[in-house]
Write a protein that binds this ligand. Structure first.
Ligand SMILES: NC(=O)c1ccc[n+]([C@@H]2O[C@H](COP(=O)([O-])OP(=O)(O)OC[C@H]3O[C@@H](n4cnc5c(N)ncnc54)[C@H](O)[C@@H]3O)[C@@H](O)[C@H]2O)c1
Length: 471
């Protein structure tokens, strides 16, 4: 049976992959603790995929609504699916959490995690529900999988939920029960449609058995489940929402500015979003070193200046130079333990493949160290000292007085090759991810330290002498 889901958005038909569970009896039964926006949609959609669902809430009204096959919230198609689930006897609901856990194989946990008084995350519902799950597991022999769907700070699953369950149950994670963090990415209003065509499915699991169970549950709607650590799965949910908020705030700042300038913001942003190479793409989003060069800092300052002149508040855009400067300071701070050592820089220009020194953030780090009396050396394959480069050096000397001494000494501190630089340094700061620099770093002596500003390696080196600026 297919469910003719139709919304304004493109929605894939739920193609149920029956091969994952040969017969319905083999499908794990699932209890859902917390029947709010997330839990009610899980109940409806998973029952549609053939899972037997037991919903649990402390609210009598929500339990009654779900048990009667009616939606406790406004959400397109939710009532229809719940009604079908109740009629097919796949859905039931109770206030008795312990009974629900005992009669199911997997428990989805979707209680509220509101903002606490100090602005953090209030764990009280989560702790209470986790303890009750633990009390149920104390009475259960079979292995059980708990799937946390709440948005929580990284570490919560293993540091809050698991200890509560273990303490209340006397059972051990991995042996008696497994835990997964499976963030919820559905958008309210189109949550049912999103469930059947998810933007992504992410699972961080305590062990392979738990991972396999959850992967098989989602196999019908997503063939490309992303597996990661529990902490990364927790973090990605927060990062997603902060990013979405950033996008909204950015678009609105552009809108306020455009309005004042008499430009249609939608004309501007319609063109902006057409650029899938640089604007809406992974480009510029991977943690690395600060931005620099002849364009980004200059134009961020220009836009801030225009906004200020027009009396338009753009706090997000105004904050960009400050956050970039903070990243440069971070590099300087990470080098503090190496005071008095020989510090070498691999990569000096603002990015690889150019001789452009303008607003190179590496120069800012070098100048700060030089001002602090440190001994520094450098190598960059694109620095060819001569009349042309001299023009740039003179420009930086005048544009950035704090870098004047560095400009005077740049040629004398520059060595002939990456290997020479590494050999002459106690700590090497790498700001360009090039093959030449990777090879030089790989062949360094074991006691040479590395501060990687460019994420040289996909698989992070394990040596204690290696550290990255943002990983
Ligand atoms: N609403 C969304 O679109 C959305 C999206 C992604 C993630 N999340 C996250 O999912 C979680 C749930 O969000 P929501 O919007 O569904 O919350 P909600 O407040 O609508 O629902 C939570 C439900 O949990 C119940 N509950 C609280 N303590 C309980 C207990 N001990 N036992 C049983 N039930 C209990 C409450 O009565 C309530 O019905 C939150 O962590 C939220 O941040 C929500």
């Amino acid at each position: 049976m297919t469910l003719g889901i139709s919304t304004a958005e493109h929605v894939a038909e739920p193609a149920v992959n029956t091969a994952l569970f040969e017969a319905e009896e083999q499908k794990p039964s699932i209890s859902v603790v917390g029947l709010g926006y997330v839990g009610a949609v899980s109940m409806a959609c998973l029952s549609h995929l053939g899972f037997r669902m037991v919903g649990v809430d402390v609210s009598r009204d929500k339990v009654d609504a779900i048990g009667a096959g009616t939606a406790p919230i406004v959400e397109e198609r939710l009532g229809e699916l719940l009604d079908a689930g109740v009629r097919s006897r796949r859905i039931s609901a109770t206030q008795n959490l312990i009974a629900a856990v005992l009669e199911t194989d997997v428990t989805f946990l979707s209680v509220g995690t509101p903002t606490s008084k100090d602005g953090g995350c209030d764990f009280s519902f989560l702790r209470q529900a986790s303890r009750a799950i633990g009390q149920a597991l104390a009475m259960k022999q079979a292995y059980h999988v708990v799937v946390l769907r709440c948005s929580v700070p990284p570490g919560t699953t293993l540091d809050v939920v698991v200890p509560e369950i273990e303490q209340a149950s006397g059972k051990r994670l991995g042996r008696d029960f497994g835990i997964c963090f499976n963030p919820e990415f559905l958008r309210e209003g189109v949550a049912v449609a999103d469930f059947f065509a998810p933007p992504k499915t992410v699972v961080g699991a305590s062990d392979q058995r738990a991972e396999r169970t959850v992967a098989a549950i989602y196999g019908a709607v997503d063939k490309n489940v992303i597996y990661t650590s529990i902490e990364a799965a927790e973090m990605v949910k927060y990062v997603d929402n902060v990013w979405h908020a950033t996008k909204v705030a950015f678009g609105n700042e552009v809108g306020r500015l455009c309005k004042k300038l008499g430009i249609d913001s939608h004309d501007v942003m319609n063109i902006f979003v057409k650029d899938l190479k640089l604007n809406l793409s992974p480009y510029y989003l991977k943690p690395g070193f600060a931005f620099g060069g002849s364009c980004l800092p200059k134009e961020v300052r220009a836009v801030s200046h225009i906004a200020s002149a027009l009396g338009v508040d753009v706090p997000l855009i105004d904050s960009l130079m400050a956050t970039n400067d903070r990243h440069v300071e971070e590099a300087v701070n990470l080098l503090r333990p190496f005071r008095g050592k020989r510090i070498g820089f691999l990569g000096v220009t603002f990015k690889p493949g150019t001789d452009d020194l303008r607003e190179s953030p590496t120069l800012a780090v070098m100048a700060a160290l030089l001002a602090g009396g440190e001994t520094i050396k450098a190598y960059d394959p694109n620095l060819h000292f001569g009349p042309l480069l001299q023009g740039q050096i003179d420009y930086v000397r005048h544009a950035v007085p704090a870098q004047a001494k560095l400009m005077d000494e740049l040629q004398t501190m520059t060595l002939a090759s990456a290997d020479d630089l590494v050999a002459a340094s106690d700590v090497v700061v790498v700001s360009h991810a090039t093959e030449e620099f990777r090879a030089a770093i790989r062949s360094r002596s074991p006691d040479t330290h590395v501060l990687d500003l460019a994420r040289l390696f996909k698989d992070l080196p394990k040596e204690a002498t290696y550290q990255g600026i943002a990983w």
